[in-house]
Structure formats: structure tokens, C-alpha cells
Design a protein around this ligand. Structure first.
Ligand SMILES: Nc1ncnc2c1ncn2[C@@H]1O[C@H](COP(=O)(O)OP(=O)(O)O)[C@@H](O)[C@H]1O
Ligand SMILES: [Mg+2]
Length: 280
């Protein structure tokens, strides 16, 4: 697989007006391949949003480098390419919806890229179809639920045809149904449209769906591995202020009580399979 994000010795410091330094990221080395679905976890203040903003070239490395498709984010001439190739979806959809009609909102990004109106119309229909919001295209976004609004935001971002999508706690404000719709949409984008996904979340049940889990702690990488290899470290995850999937937690408690049970069971289906084998 082709490497599309290359992060080398990346550090980032915020400098306040009183010249107070906050080191948000320390010496991060990370490569992400084309088509990967990567979950990024970490307690509040661990540096997740800073990493996302650096990837999107909203802020620039204090030291080290980030390359997106060989475009160094530090070079101003690359800004346009980077923002187009690497799009972001934030927590609150209201902050990302700009127009009063849904189809106009989705058209906004590609219009700014100077894309031909005929092509824009095609993209608007296609992307609204992907997020299952086509029937609403002439509606106003303010009538929608949070989950529907977030899907319109995703359509707008997709209409710019990015290769990489970064979601920064994009489901944090949604109810469980809204969350479920978003995660299904994202899985579809990854599996069918081959988009590379960086998915920042606090929901371990969402992280389980990723190919790879990166855990940040105080600006450093604490884990970078498959979900199974990360979540079986139940005590370490807790010490980092994080949880593990509920089923894994249950296995952990059973094991503590003396049951011979592995800790890399992450989903209810895996638990059922394990118990069925045990009963046989
Ligand atoms: N604009 C800012 N100015 C100063 N410090 C900041 C700013 N934004 C974030 N920080 C600090 O940088 C660290 C990482 O923050 P952030 O990347 O937002 O973490 P996360 O998204 O994981 O919660 C925290 O200590 C936070 O207080
Ligand atoms: Mg954040």
C-alpha cells in the first residue's frame, strides 16, 4: 500500500500571549497508508485536535515535518492541494454548514475550488446519495437532526473529492442513532470509496471498527497497533484515562475472577463465538 501521510519527528508548541509554552505534541513519527481507517484516541488535552489541525495545514510544525502525498505542509504553495486532499469534519455540524439550502451547502466547497457547474451538480447528487440525504436536497439544514446535519457536512466535504478525511469527535454531539448512521457512512467511504480515514473519538465501540488504533498520551504515541493488540492492555488504557470496549472490560473482570478468558475479545459477536466454543 502507498504511504500517503508521512510524519517525521513532529513537535508542536502553543505559545500564549504571556509567552507561556504548552507542548502539545512531542516527537511524533507516523506513517499512514492509502486506504487505512485509523482511530485516534487519547484523554482530553492529549494532542488529538492539534495533530488534526497540523495535518490540515491550519497550523504548522514547531519542528519536524508532515507530508501529505509528498506535499510538505510547511510550504505555503502546497496549502491549496493539502486542504483539498485532506478534509476535516468537526464536532459541531452547525459550525460547518454555510448555506440555507442543503444542495447549496454541498456545492459550496467545489464552487470555491472553481469546479465546472455541471460537474458540481453531479457531485452534489452523488455525495448526497452516499450519505442518504438526497431526498432532503431542497430542504433547509436547520430542520434536520444532528446526525442528518453531520451527514450533510460529510457530503459537502466529499464533494471536494478529498483522499483523506479527518473526523475530530464528529459523533460527540449525536445520539446513538445519529452516531450509528455516521459510523456506517464512514465505513462505506473507507471500504467502497477507498478513502483514508483518521477518526478521533471517545467511543471505544467505534474505535474497534478501525484497522488501526493510535493512542496519544500527553502529546506522545502510547500505542499504535491493531484494535485487539491495543485494547487487551486494559490496565494500561485505564491508566491513560481511557476505557476499553464494554465486552473487553467484562472479559477483564472475568479473568480477574479466575476465568481462563482472552482479553482480545472486542465485540459482542466475538464474545458469543468464544462462549459457544467453551460450551462445546
Ligand atoms: N490554542 C491553544 N493555545 C494554547 N494551548 C492550547 C491551544 N489549543 C490546545 N492547547 C493545549 O494543547 C494541548 C493539546 O490540546 P488538543 O490538541 O486540543 O487536545 P485534544 O484534542 O486531545 O483534547 C492541551 O494541553 C491544550 O490545553
Ligand atoms: Mg480535541
Amino acid at each position: 500500500m502507498k504511504k500517503i501521510i508521512e510524519i517525521k519527528d513532529l513537535s508542536y508548541e502553543y505559545l500564549s500571549e504571556e509567552n507561556k509554552k504548552t507542548i502539545a505534541l512531542k516527537n511524533i513519527n507516523l506513517n499512514i497508508d492509502n486506504g487505512e481507517f485509523v482511530a485516534i484516541l487519547g484523554h482530553n488535552g492529549s494532542g488529538k485536535s492539534t495533530l488534526a489541525k497540523l495535518l490540515n495545514a491550519q497550523i504548522f510544525p514547531t519542528s519536524g515535518s508532515i507530508k501529505i502525498f509528498d506535499f510538505d505542509t510547511k510550504e505555503e504553495k502546497n496549502l491549496w492541494d493539502i486542504r483539498q486532499k485532506c478534509a476535516m469534519v468537526f464536532q459541531n455540524p452547525d459550525n460547518q454548514l454555510v448555506a440555507t439550502i442543503i444542495e447549496e451547502d454541498v456545492a459550496f466547497g467545489p464552487e470555491n475550488l472553481g469546479i465546472d457547474p455541471k460537474e458540481i451538480r453531479k457531485r452534489v447528487d452523488e455525495t448526497l446519495e452516499i450519505v442518504k440525504m438526497k431526498p432532503y436536497k431542497r430542504h433547509s439544514p436547520h430542520m434536520l437532526s444532528g446526525g442528518q446535519k453531520q451527514r450533510v457536512v460529510i457530503a459537502g466535504v466529499l464533494a471536494m473529492n478529498p483522499e483523506i478525511l479527518i473526523f475530530d469527535e464528529a459523533t460527540a454531539m449525536l445520539d446513538p442513532i445519529g452516531r450509528d448512521d455516521i459510523i456506517k457512512t464512514i465505513l462505506k467511504l473507507n471500504k467502497e470509496k477507498k478513502k483514508t480515514i483518521l477518526y478521533i473519538t471517545h467511543y471505544m465501540e467505534e474505535a474497534v471498527l478501525a484497522d488501526r488504533v493510535i493512542v496519544l498520551n500527553n502529546g506522545e504515541i502510547a500505542f499504535d497497533d491493531s484494535p485487539k493488540k491495543v485494547f487487551c492492555n486494559v490496565e494500561k488504557m485505564k491508566s491513560l484515562g481511557l476505557s476499553v470496549p464494554q465486552v473487553t472490560e467484562l472479559c477483564y473482570m472475568l479473568k480477574k475472577d479466575g476465568m481462563d478468558i482472552p482479553l482480545d475479545i472486542l465485540t459482542i459477536d466475538e464474545m458469543i463465538n468464544f462462549l459457544e466454543e467453551e460450551i462445546k
